[in-house]
Design a protein. Sequence first.
Length: 124
Amino acid sequence: MKLQPDPKQSFNTVTRYDSQYIEINEQRFENSIIVMPEGEVSPWNVNHFTQLEQSDFNLILEKKPALVIFGSGERLHFLQPAILQGLIQAKIGFETMDTQAACRTYNILMGEGRLVLGAFLIEK
């Protein structure tokens, strides 16, 4: 007899990634996305690192994560501090890495129960 209930909740997990797509729970996304452990995966209307502006992080602020893992594309790119002002003022942690490393890190932190948000850039 099983004494513990089965967890009914499923979390948004990165199940596969490549330079051209990311799969969340085996659903393929070929454009930039924002994902948290729970809720819907949101499209992120950014196609290249050089296009990023402070306003692109407003959707992230609305979701109120404790930590943002930013996947900057195929290569590691660092953002200018001015772009991150909203996150800094809201005291939201922010880490930058290439998108594939960000996918792996997001899964680890999500598995630990952290309130993490993955902002994954897929460059076109």
